[in-house]
Design a protein around this ligand. Structure first.
Ligand SMILES: [Zn+2]
Length: 128
């Protein structure tokens, strides 16, 4: 049996969480697209005889998308002018994943609070 203050606290928590969830839903499903391919920076040796890259660290670093094609991992070069957009798309994806996890946690909390509210209502009626 829950005390009235406890019930009111639970109700407030649920309504706060539901509001928060509505905001998250809007952010999650705004319709933007993401690139989930991880990005890596790598240096390369060009192979030209006498090039400074032979004994140094190589040219670059250059940006690559890590792609899986038929289970095989390969790197796709990201041309200079596309680097900023590629980084942004990947960051948007990571942010989306983070918000998705937050959304799932929120749902679990709402479920728990609803269950606690419901069981306390049952107890109240049973007492009458
Ligand atoms: Zn070189």
């Amino acid at each position: 049996m829950q005390k009235p203050e406890e019930l009111s606290r639970l109700r407030q928590a649920v309504s706060r969480e539901v509001r928060q969830r509505t905001l998250l839903e809007r952010e999650l499903f705004r319709g933007q697209t993401f690139d989930n391919a991880p990005l890596v920076w790598q240096r390369r040796r060009c192979g030209k005889a006498g090039c400074r890259c032979q004994d140094g660290q190589g040219h670059g670093p250059y940006l690559y998308r890590v792609k899986l094609t038929e289970g095989k991992r390969h790197l796709e070069y990201v041309p200079g002018p596309e680097v900023a957009a590629a980084c942004q798309a990947r960051q948007a994806y990571e942010e989306h994943q983070r918000k998705l996890a937050e959304y799932q946690n929120l749902n679990r909390e709402i479920e728990q609070h609803f269950a606690a509210l419901s069981s306390s209502l049952v107890n109240q009626r049973g007492r009458a």
